[in-house]
Write a protein that binds this ligand. Structure first.
Ligand SMILES: CC/C=C\C/C=C\C/C=C\C/C=C\C/C=C\C/C=C\CCC(=O)SCCNC(=O)CCNC(=O)[C@H](O)C(C)(C)COP(=O)(O)OP(=O)(O)OC[C@H]1O[C@@H](n2cnc3c(N)ncnc32)[C@H](O)[C@@H]1OP(=O)(O)O
Ligand SMILES: Cc1cc2nc3c(=O)[nH]c(=O)nc-3n(C[C@H](O)[C@H](O)[C@H](O)COP(=O)(O)OP(=O)(O)OC[C@H]3O[C@@H](n4cnc5c(N)ncnc54)[C@H](O)[C@@H]3O)c2cc1C
Length: 602
């Protein structure tokens, strides 16, 4: 119900309070990050912690880190990540902003040469940030060395006004009434703004006092390292968002009753309808699947970071492919699922008080920010094509592509599934997913060799990423899982996750010969049985997410199920209900009604 200005100020207030508590409680960086999650409104702090600080950590020298991170940790400065421009987003190499070195003053001149080079989108840039890591083309000795990161002060630390040469503002209202409108995504134009040479982030490359460009011995892809980090955190965000939506839809489905009453008896809970289960339970399973794969991805990222510190860069391509692919698949599935959860809740799901419209509007842009999902899947495809060609030349693949080493078997194997029960076997499930992913990648590599096209491989990338998610779910079930019967429930959800993908992508499985039509139909039969088995525990499985009513923010998803009184109460809070007769009655309704009345009496 807040206006844009009120919403923005409210976010500033909450973030300031969280910061105060962080200091008072001496929270670690990780704990502070968790606390930030509970602000639950996009705001400048997200960019400060999730992108500005990691960019300096990953791309700054030790000296630069000491200087800037000390201030950033204390919030003496507020930072953002200014990469995207009005005319350039996905194609980072296409950015136009320039950073031209001037040896006479030992400074870089930061400049926006065209309208399309205006920085556009960075969160917190519009009204809040005092500093930014700005990405620009480095030009020295007359040569363009491509994109590099620079730390720039944007606003005065005394009165917050923009520094000379910097034009800065908010880019305007966004999708939905609340959602991302709490964030001041910004526009910025630079008019020959000078910054000291040592504000170029110099871990990857340096410019000497004389203006000579020197590249370090680290791969230039580390320039993109911040994005790898954030994509990994976005997978965890997606799982959280999806579990919130599913929690609302499952709990409401147990309360809502329609049809089916016999002789005046109670109607049927909509959650008992098979159609409702087949639409909703795959999302329940996905919420768990994304959580487990998110935990694994966090481990992978930590492992890669440790290796990078000891100058082992070998796992960087895999980390890029996994973070890009999983960010893409999980955020797309989450946005689609939240939208479907609204429909699963019928008309009431469309009310803001259901919590679903806000959840959808906040999470929809995750399909775009931090790399458009299609563009990222094409990066995965590129990685797969390289791996296929390495396998062809005898190299043994490792990590998430290790299955490709089993090429002889996977290219010709036939699924062992013969009965409905066989689809309970994790090894049988894993094999068909591996065979499908490998066959699609090999087909794609063959097609590319005939007619090279950058866009080939999208579907192969999806198949590979789905295999990763299925595999990590299966591996999770091999761990010790506490709680009576918990493992059994998770096994059922794992089955639902995998089999609903076989159902959804049956065309791929059939056309690659991984599954026969009969096996596909057995998978559907198994799926129906699993839905029926999960039904009695569905509410417990969403209660297990342990969300408070306050955090869930939904009249439909209340823990106590008292949905109708909550909806009724919420309706009366609407500003339209502040008066019985609405504003505008005197000007627009009354004259019209009076006039019509007069006419009818003539
Ligand atoms: C957010 C709030 C929501 C809810 C509120 C509730 C709570 C808040 C809680 C949490 C919030 C947490 C997280 C969210 C926070 C922030 C998110 C908000 C905003 C998002 C910010 C942004 O969007 S920043 C801008 C992001 N931009 C992009 O992602 C651009 C995408 N484009 C690219 O990455 C590149 O252009 C490219 C990869 C597509 C192409 O690169 P290039 O032109 O160089 O071409 P190549 O394809 O040839 O690649 C060259 C080689 O480099 C390899 N490569 C590419 N990328 C990487 C990488 N990242 N790492 C390693 N290697 C990489 C590539 O594989 C090539 O290698 P070869 O060996 O094949 O040559
Ligand atoms: C809420 C939000 C917050 C953001 N925060 C920040 C921020 O803090 N800092 C920052 O720097 N940026 C930020 N961004 C910008 C974001 O990173 C970009 O929007 C994103 O990288 C996509 O780029 P684009 O908008 O240029 O889309 P485009 O690349 O123009 O995409 C348009 C369409 O073209 C398709 N397409 C593009 N290239 C290809 C290709 N090669 N093959 C096939 N299809 C293609 C895409 O799939 C898409 O459908 C934010 C964006 C949003 C929405």
């Amino acid at each position: 119900m807040l206006s844009r200005k009120e919403l923005f100020k409210d976010t500033l207030k909450k973030a300031a309070h969280a910061w105060k508590r962080t200091v008072e409680l001496h929270l670690t960086e990780e704990e502070a990050n968790l606390l930030r999650l509970y602000i639950d409104q996009p705001g400048y702090v997200d960019l400060h912690w999730v992108m500005f600080v990691p960019a300096i950590k990953g791309q700054g020298t030790e000296e630069q880190q000491k200087k800037w991170l000390t201030m950033a940790y204390k919030f003496q400065i507020i930072g953002t990540y200014a990469q995207t421009e009005l005319g350039h987003g996905s194609n980072v190499q296409g950015l136009e902003t320039t950073a031209t070195f001037d040896p006479s003053t030992d400074e870089f001149i930061m400049h926006s040469p065209t309208l399309t080079s205006s920085k556009w989108w960075p969160g917190g840039l519009g009204k809040t940030s005092t500093h930014a890591v700005v990405y620009a083309r480095l030009i020295t000795e007359g040569k363009d060395y491509g994109i590099h990161g620079f730390i720039m002060q944007l606003r005065s630390l005394d009165d917050h006004s923009p520094l000379p040469g910097i034009t800065i503002g908010d880019i305007g209202g966004k999708f939905g009434s609340g959602a991302y409108n709490s964030m001041d995504n910004g526009v910025m134009r630079l008019d020959h703004v000078r910054i000291p040479r040592d504000q170029m982030l110099m871990r990857l490359a340096q410019v000497t006092r004389e203006g000579k460009y020197v590249h370090s011995d680290v791969p230039k892809q580390l320039l993109y390292g911040t994005m790898v980090y954030v994509r990994q955190t976005i997978v965890a965000d997606a799982s959280r968002a999806l579990s919130r939506a599913v929690c609302i839809a499952v709990r409401y489905g147990a309360i809502r009753k329609q049809f089916g009453s016999k002789a005046g008896g109670p109607e049927t809970q909509v959650l008992n309808y098979k159609t409702q289960q087949s639409r909703l339970f795959p999302f329940l399973a996905s919420a768990y699947a994304f959580r487990f794969v998110g935990q694994w991805l966090k481990w992978l990222y930590t492992d890669v970071t440790q290796k990078l510190e000891s100058k082992d860069f070998s796992t960087l391509p895999e980390a890029h492919a996994c973070t890009a692919g999983l960010k893409s698949v999980t955020t797309s599935a989450t946005a689609d699922a939240i939208e479907e959860c609204q429909k699963l809740c019928g008309g009431h799901g469309y009310l803001n008080s259901s919590g679903l419209p806000e959840l959808f509007a906040v999470n929809l842009p995750a399909c775009t920010y931090e790399g458009d999902n299609v563009v990222l899947l094409l990066q995965v495809a590129r990685f797969l094509m390289k791996t296929v060609s390495q396998v062809a030349s005898g190299k043994q693949p490792v990590g998430t592509t290790a299955y490709m080493g089993n090429i002889q078997h996977l290219m010709q194997c036939k699924s062992v599934v013969n009965t409905v029960e066989d689809w309970l076997n994790p090894a049988a499930i894993k094999e068909v997913f591996e065979a499908r992913a490998l066959r699609m990648a090999v087909n794609c590599a063959q097609n590319i060799s005939k007619a090279p096209s950058q866009e080939e491989g999208f579907e192969a990338a999806v198949a590979h990423v789905q295999l990763i998610i299925v595999t990590k779910f299966i591996e999770k079930l091999q761990e010790d899982i506490l709680g009576h019967g918990v493992k059994e429930q998770l096994q059922k959800l794992c089955g639902i996750y995998a089999l609903h993908l076989i159902h959804k992508h049956l065309g791929d499985f059939l056309s690659t010969g991984c599954v026969t039509a009969r096996q596909g139909s057995l998978a559907n039969e198994r799926l129906g049985k699993l839905y029926a088995q999960v039904r009695p525990n569905a509410v417990a499985l969403v209660d297990a997410f342990d969300y408070t009513d306050h955090y869930l923010g939904s009249a439909l998803g209340r823990y106590d199920g008292d949905v109708y009184s909550a909806l009724y109460k919420e309706a009366w809070k609407d500003p339209l209900n502040e008066t019985v007769v609405p504003d505008g009655y005197q000007e627009h309704l009354r004259p019209l009604l009076k006039q019509q009345l007069k006419l009818s009496r003539l």
